[in-house]
Design a protein. Structure first.
Length: 307
């Protein structure tokens, strides 16, 4: 019952359920997948909260010594057991060496971001020189939009999905206002059809085809935080660029969660945080991607009102 590399997760579940002669939601399917999971040993690398240590609940309903079932990886990852060791090493270096810690030791502080950029290459599917680890997600989004959003009287819109992550929505509003644009006219929001929860790709592609000449930047989530929809990033990128638009993605809920090939897909830019599926803690560095084709062409736009 081993899955094919090309098999979709839903098809895997259906196939295993058929082999076990049970419903796809039967516990036996989950237990089988857990048993065959090649990554299950990583569970032992993290602290998992105990029910008894969580805010007040009715402990008569649960085993207080049981591990909690942790669903908050979208907000803060579980703590790796090595965190304390690493922090103590840096605190010890600080105590003993002071400012010399900036450029000596196993992890020189001044190049702290550079020593982990290589770990990000396979996660986002990019070359090391296309990636920067810095700031926070929304700061990076603003910096990217300052470089890629260069509106003209004809091409002045930013296309995004309805119920985009609120900070993305506000960032786009800010960028439009920075250029003296009318938000209602220049923020093009695409919504699911009446009675539906997710966007249809054909609707996205239709908007790009019909309105692409007036769209400067397309910015979508890789995985929508509200619905969980995985958008077809290669198709959106291809369609947008064919109409002369720059195409970028907020990958906060996609990085470390789904397979990404930003370089091969030709995505113009992307940004992400590291405290969701990458499991970092508060203060974890965010990431930014700019395709190498823009290395010598993209510069921050001059902030002049659009007439």
């Amino acid at each position: 019952m081993e899955p094919s590399p090309l098999e979709l997760p839903a098809d895997t579940v259906q196939r295993i359920a058929a082999a076990l002669q049970c419903h796809p939601t039967d516990e036996r399917v989950a237990l089988y997948l857990d048993e065959k999971d090649e990554l299950k040993h990583f569970r032992d690398y993290f602290y998992i909260p105990k029910m008894k240590d969580l805010p007040p609940i009715d402990l008569s309903l649960v085993n207080k010594d049981e591990n909690a079932i942790y669903f908050l990886g979208n907000s803060l990852g579980l703590q790796p057991k090595m965190v304390k060791t690493y922090l103590e090493e840096e605190l010890d270096k600080w105590a003993k060496m002071g400012a010399y810690g900036h450029d000596v030791g196993k992890r020189p502080w001044i190049t702290g971001d550079e020593c982990i950029v290589g770990l990000m290459e396979d996660i986002v599917g990019a070359n090391e020189k296309e990636i920067a680890l810095m700031n926070a997600l929304t700061v990076n989004l603003h910096l990217l939009l300052l470089s890629f959003f260069k509106p003209t009287p004809k091409r002045h819109k930013i296309l995004l999905e309805a119920k985009a992550f609120p900070s993305d929505h506000y960032a786009i509003e800010s960028q439009l206002q920075l250029h003296g644009l009318n938000v209602e006219k220049s923020m093009r929001i695409i919504k699911p059809r009446e009675g539906e929860e997710i966007l249809r790709m054909e609707d996205i592609l239709e908007v790009i085809e019909k309105e692409g000449d007036s769209i400067a930047v397309i910015l979508f989530s890789g995985v929508h935080f509200y619905s969980g929809q995985l958008l077809d990033m290669p198709a959106i990128t291809k369609a947008g660029q064919a109409k002369g638009c720059f195409v970028g993605f907020d990958l906060a809920h996609a990085v470390g969660n789904v397979e990404l090939h930003l370089h091969d897909w030709g995505v113009d830019f992307a940004c992400w945080c590291s405290y969701k599926y990458l499991n970092s803690g508060a203060g974890g560095l965010a990431g930014a991607f700019v395709h190498e084709k823009h290395t010598h062409t993209i510069r921050p736009a001059k902030l002049e009102p659009i007439n």
